[in-house]
Design a binder for this molecule. Structure first.
Ligand SMILES: CCCC/C=C/CC(=O)SCCNC(=O)CCNC(=O)[C@H](O)C(C)(C)COP(=O)(O)OP(=O)(O)OC[C@H]1O[C@@H](n2cnc3c(N)ncnc32)[C@H](O)[C@@H]1OP(=O)(O)O
Length: 284
């Protein structure tokens, strides 16, 4: 990100560039800075044009989380440098006509990232600066709090794409919005607008713009300043344990099933059509 963009991002929130330090400078798809004053890490996805989760972005997110765990990070805001999109989800090119070993490795890396983010010891907020379909929605659900820019869309269109979602994704959605809502949303592959997402509890707050989203995310983290980190962390772990344990027990078999469904000719045909429609739809 350019110095100008940093300056506008931080000055808008009364944080001077000097109060931040670049945490990790050799990343291609992420900007990671830490505010020296309060220890909050800003992890900004910057993989153009729409933060598609290719292997590089997934790996950099995973590496960053590992490093933040080792540092004295007091909280993390996961966001995007793009105004219209938070994250466009998994890379459809990885799903189309895949080689079995490649696609297995890809989904296994994503599964590990999900568990890492979901189980992180520090508090996490997703400042969703725009659309957050599928894998983007999953990243948001792994965080403890979600702020989304108005007029954006969120959801997991798996069923519409012919994909039967893995168990951990269904569990994540159920724990976020409840079993009944998750069943309705996931079986229909529904995408919600911001107001609908707030109503169902998929997001926690609506922001006017990117700066507002970051400010609201910071406000959420500020509430933890007076809370003992150890007590907070242990409580979070207990609450999140069942999904994490389930992945440890069933993740490998779940992955095998998921990949074998992706490889079916009728699923590939549907994915092909989905990609065709994406490339040929009218842009707004
Ligand atoms: C383990 C299971 C986890 C849960 C399941 C996950 C499944 C997935 O995540 S599959 C991916 C699902 N994602 C989507 O369906 C989103 C598709 N993208 C969009 O709807 C739009 O791109 C957008 C609303 C995010 C942004 O719209 P905008 O008009 O700003 O940009 P576009 O012109 O559409 O996109 C630019 C460019 O990027 C290509 N692209 C977008 N998303 C993906 C993607 N997920 N994978 C690969 N490529 C993508 C898009 O085709 C455009 O390419 P061209 O410029 O070459 O046309």
């Amino acid at each position: 990100m350019s110095t100008y963009k940093y300056a506008t991002l931080f000055l808008a929130r009364n944080i001077s560039v000097n109060q931040t330090r670049t945490f990790f400078s050799n990343l291609k798809c992420l900007d990671v800075t830490i505010n020296r004053e309060n220890g909050v890490a800003y992890v900004l996805m910057k993989h153009p044009p729409v933060n598609t989760l290719n292997m590089q972005l997934i790996s950099e997110l995973s590496l960053t989380l590992s490093n933040l765990e080792k540092s004295k990070c007091q909280g993390m805001i996961l966001s995007s440098i793009f105004d219209k999109v938070f994250c466009s989800g998994l890379d459809l090119n990885e799903l189309l006509k895949p080689k079995p070993e490649r696609v297995k490795g890809y989904f296994s890396t994503f599964q590990e990232l999900v568990i890492q983010l979901y189980g992180s010891s520090f508090p996490t907020v997703a400042a969703m600066t725009g659309h957050s379909p599928a894998g983007g929605c999953v990243l948001g659900m792994c965080c403890e709090y979600r702020v989304m820019k108005k007029n954006s869309q969120i959801g997991i269109p798996g069923s519409r794409m012919g994909i039967a979602l893995p168990r951990y994704i269904v569990n994540l959605m159920s724990s976020t919005i409840g079993l009944r809502n998750a069943e309705l949303m996931l079986t229909k592959g529904k995408i919600l607008n911001t107001d609908e997402a707030l109503k169902v509890g998929l997001i926690d707050e609506i922001a006017n713009d990117r700066t507002d989203a970051i400010r609201k995310a910071e406000d959420f983290l500020k509430e933890y300043e007076m809370i003992a980190p150890l007590a907070r962390g242990i409580t979070k772990r207990i609450i999140r344990r069942s999904i994490i344990e389930d992945v440890k027990m069933n993740g490998a078999a779940d992955l095998e099933n998921f990949v074998s469904v992706i490889m079916l000719p009728e699923v590939q045909e549907k994915l092909d059509m989905y990609m065709y429609n994406l490339k040929n739809r009218k842009r707004d």
